[in-house]
Design a protein around this ligand. Structure first.
Ligand code: ZN
Length: 175
């Protein structure tokens, strides 16, 4: 089931999320819902706080089109960057909580990530390029951090003001 995505600014997007001690059916349903929500958006990553759940769970799939190969949905419970390369990469990032705004963000190019899968099995893998950027962006969400936090204050404020306006308009339409 698709879930509504919270839009910036929202206090729930600024919170540090709690680790998941127990991977229950509820967590598996949440992960499935998040993947459905992400694909429908469409997007390449989504973090639990973006659907209002303050738990350390993210979903990603950076295979953008069929030409790039089969879909590769990954749900990561309690994900952690274990190692990051000195070499960096610049990607124009966006966020499903900040629609229609994009900006260049510099991050480590390669990261080794550890997480639990939905069966509770510990996993470890090295990610490169868009995958590395996307996973770092989603893990940031679990710390209450947005890609806007990497930008200069002026640009951040400009985007935040536009988002506030968009949210007011949406609230008016809904009422
Ligand atoms: Zn995001």
């Amino acid at each position: 089931m698709k879930r509504p995505i919270l839009l910036h600014p929202d206090p729930r997007l600024k919170k540090t999320c709690a680790p998941l001690d127990d991977i229950s059916d509820e967590v598996r349903v949440l992960a499935a819902d998040m993947l459905e929500t992400m694909y429908a958006a469409p997007g390449v990553g989504l973090a639990a706080p973006q659907v209002g759940v303050l738990s350390r769970l993210i979903v990603v799939d950076c295979v953008k089109s069929e030409e790039d190969g089969p879909a590769r949905p990954i749900a990561m419970v309690n994900p952690e960057v274990l190692q990051a390369s000195d070499e960096t990469n610049v990607y124009e990032e966006g966020c499903l909580s900040i629609p229609d705004h994009f900006a260049d963000v510099t991050r480590p190019k390669v990261v080794k990530v550890g997480w639990l899968d939905l069966d509770g099995t510990p996993r470890e893998e090295e990610f490169d390029g868009l995958w590395a950027t996307c996973i770092q962006h989603e893990i940031d969400h679990l710390e209450g951090k947005l890609f806007l936090d990497y930008l200069r204050p002026l640009k951040r404020q400009m985007i935040t003001r536009k988002m506030q306006k968009l949210k007011r308009e949406k609230a008016r339409e809904a009422s």
